[in-house]
Design a binder for this molecule. Sequence first.
Ligand code: PNW
Length: 483
Amino acid sequence: MTPVLPPFPDGFLFGAATASYQIEGAVAEDGRGPSIWDTRAHTPGMIRDGDTGDITDDHYHRYTDDVATMAEMGLTAYRFSMAWPRIQPTGSGPFNEAGFAFYHRLLDELEKHGIEPLVTLYHWDLPQPLEDAGGWPNRDTAYAFEAYARRTVEEFGDRVSHWTTLNEPWCTAFLGYSQGSHAPSRTEPAASLAAAHHLNLAHGLASHAIKEVAPAATVSLVLNTHIPRPWDPSNPADVDASRRIDALANRIFMDPLVSGTYPDDLVEDTRELTDWSFVRDGDLDIVRGSVDLIGVNYYSSHVVRFNPGGQGLPGADGHVGGAGTAFPGSEMVEFLQPHGPVTTMGWNQDASAFHGHLLRMHRDMGLPLMVTENGAAFDDVVSSDGRVHDADRVTYLHDHLTAARQAMEDGVDLRGYMVWSLLDNFEWAHGYSQRFGLLRVDFDTLRRVWKDSAYWYQETIRTRRIAEIDTVPEGGTTPPTSY
Ligand code: PNW
């Protein structure tokens, strides 16, 4: 039974999220330049099964049908990212009119259907030449990002009013530059901390540029969540392990925005790696207060304990591949296998942690929030009736949307909820092995089929109430909608 909660208020945005490299394909078309993910994907052994994003969902050519499907599902918002190397192929040189033109065509379709675009400027596809010049550990990258953001908002500022600067800077800094499980696959702990700071600076610089060009725009930063619960809450060493992860994963991005400082404990925890001299006078003044809304990406919670030498044990923190640590300076923190049912990512399903996290972000940030990603990967199969009965995903979304609605009752100013993802896509180092979509994609034919979760979401949006988990797909036993 769904607890009795009031309907979602008018104006609450129901959407789905995607990212450019994960869905577009057409990597060499119309002047797009290579990004660090093209490089990683074409390096043997870096992506499961040798998969690449060369074609993926071919959304670059199928966006018209994809947007029509969003409209049929009832989505009132669509969160997507613009590919920096499509708009500015080398990351610092000339801008590419054909790249702008693609996003104009996409925005035309969204406008036609009354779907609000939520645009992310950077979802991990750094132009390769900027990486060749040092990447995010190089301070210049922050200024390159500012210039790209300014020009892009000049282009689209009259038709897009929600801009996100960066998606999950934690993943960029620590999976990309310390663990090496994401592009550019580097394992340099000290450099990853510089990258984190330059990402904060890039966000701040871009935020001011966006406001100069489009003063009425809403600017957000999207943060992924770590909820590190101590294995034994009565053991101070485990509590300290949890504090370390909270500093390195959450407060490293929250505190500069709210108070214009880095947490003292974080600086202390990482002192053997860096003296933080990459933080220059005035940097944090640029970052403080530079956001109107925080995007929250939530998938799962973690259990941690103090165990020198423990990190890197199998299944530990849900991040695959890479020879380095995702938590530089905190290698003594072990991530334990979470309790309860897990998704095919190995991530646990913990809606109550999500509720608690929304309350915490509301309390600590004092800003409106948007759930910019929430979803789950399962081994979906097409049944003999042609449908995808993804009951696990329906339950996951039902329970998490309920947690979000409850958080609103508890005082959180939550503006919308975006399912990750609209359609199955290229899941980074996991390739096509992880299916997060509301729509199933057959990667041989690129045919899309509505999963039961899509029908459940359609019903939820139609009624503005969380539909029961056994909601019958529209059309009963008729063949599923596909294209
Ligand atoms: C997010 N982690 O990535 C991204 O924003 C999406 O592009 C991605 O497809 C989605 O979540 C599902 O993974 C994450 O290891 C990648 O903690 C890794 C982690 C978290 C989020």
